[in-house]
Design a protein around this ligand. Structure first.
Ligand code: 3PG
Ligand code: MG
Length: 392
């Protein structure tokens, strides 16, 4: 892997810079800035080198369609303020863009392309699309560790058409994760939550041999409950997961890894509702499970108490509504208390998890915080991520 930091002659070079500015948005407002703050070093570095910077990012999952609410505009404006420099957002169809259309004014130094996932070719890792993107620049830099687990055109395929380098944040994250994962002390517990069930459920099975306890909360826990024959009402779930869950429990038994999942829950009739604690068998057809209940919180706290290392990705509930944030906050507070007394080695990853930690000022005492969620888990699995492999 070659690092952009070590390169000279970047003057006037056009850098196609892949970032992960997939930040949480609520009514067009950015609710957590961490991912933006983390890429300021690469922007400042390239500005100083007098490069021309063409930024690519995605936000959300528009699935190849233009969706106004997933425009990069608010993120572009936010970055503009932070670096005190004008940034142009190009909304024109990328396929109509030519190299000479960009950086026409001598004052243009940073240009944003609109959400790259507005193009279906992005997720298809399409070679023609990548070739077209490559024609707009001289060098490719991946500074998006948190989406390097995606074999997408602007992460993976693009490296076949341009000299490609690792950015500053990607380098930092990969080196730090390598270090922390080689120094892990047992017992190790992993808390996995969030709503990206399909991304994470397969990973759990592969993590089992390395962990003593795996605590499943958030959306994924619904699938476990359903598998156990417990009613989950209208809660989010993924279809066809029973075979993999079967495998998770069998593998856990072989490796003496404890799988912990909710013993009680907090429900609402909608995402905007107030919280109602329920025993598992009391969940009604029109209930949404939106957080873990008090018994489950106590159980998780006991496990954190006896752990020497804890890794956490994904909130325990729909923390965007304060009524359903308690489970995530309680987990964060318990780890924070152990952190403060140096009793645990703690690693957290993912945009939403960072957001939870920031909300209750628990981020500072973590030993390492990764901007990555899915990529962080796949890294822990020991997989070579497509975006990293492409740079090697
Ligand atoms: C993330 O938020 O984990 C990354 O931006 C990747 O997003 P994705 O899960 O939609 O691919
Ligand atoms: Mg995310």
């Amino acid at each position: 892997m070659q690092y952009i930091k070590d390169q000279d002659n970047l003057n006037e070079k056009r850098i196609l810079l892949r970032l992960d500015l997939n930040v949480p948005l609520k009514n067009g407002e950015i609710t957590d800035q961490t991912r933006i703050d983390k890429i300021l070093p690469i922007i400042k570095f390239l500005v100083q080198k007098k490069s021309k910077i063409l930024i690519i990012s995605h936000v959300g999952r528009p699935k190849g369609k233009v969706k106004n609410e997933l425009s990069l505009r608010p993120i572009c404006k936010n970055l503009e303020k932070k670096i005190d420099k004008k940034i142009k957002l190009i909304e024109e169809n990328i396929f109509n863009l030519k190299k000479e259309d960009l950086f026409k004014d001598s004052s243009d130094q940073i240009i944003f392309l609109e959400n790259i996932r507005f193009y279906k070719e992005e997720e298809q890792n399409d070679a023609n699309f990548s070739k077209h993107l490559a024609k707009l620049a001289d060098i490719f830099v991946n500074d998006a560790f948190s989406c390097s687990h995606r074999a997408h055109a602007s992460v993976s395929k693009i490296t076949e058409f341009l000299p490609s380098y690792a950015g500053i944040q990607l380098e930092t994250e990969v080196k730090a994760l390598k270090k922390v994962t080689s120094e892990i002390k047992k017992p190790i517990s992993c808390i996995i939550g969030g709503s990206k069930i399909s991304t994470k459920i397969g990973i759990i099975r592969n993590l089992i041999p390395r962990f003593d306890n795996i605590i499943i909360v958030g959306g994924m826990a619904n699938n476990i409950l359903k598998y156990k024959g417990i009613p989950i009402g209208k809660s989010i779930k993924e279809d066809n997961c029973d075979t993999i869950i079967d495998d998770i429990f069998k593998t856990a038994k072989t490796h003496s890894c404890k799988i912990i999942y909710p013993e009680d829950v907090v429900v609402g009739k909608s995402l905007k509702d107030k919280a109602q604690i329920k025993e598992l068998d009391k969940v009604l057809d029109d209930d949404y499970i939106l957080d873990i209940g008090p018994k489950t919180i106590d159980k998780i706290k006991d496990i954190i108490e006896i752990s020497k290392t804890v890794l956490w990705n994904g909130p325990a509930g729909y923390f965007e509504n304060p009524s359903f944030a308690n489970g995530s906050y309680q987990i964060a507070k318990k780890i924070d208390e152990k952190n403060k007394n140096n009793l645990i080695y703690s690693i957290a990853g993912g945009g939403d998890t960072i957001s939870v930690l920031n909300q209750i000022n628990a981020i500072e005492n973590f030993n390492f915080v990764s901007t990555a969620g899915g990529a962080f888990l796949e890294y822990l699995e020991g997989k070579e991520l497509p975006g990293i492999k492409a740079l090697n």
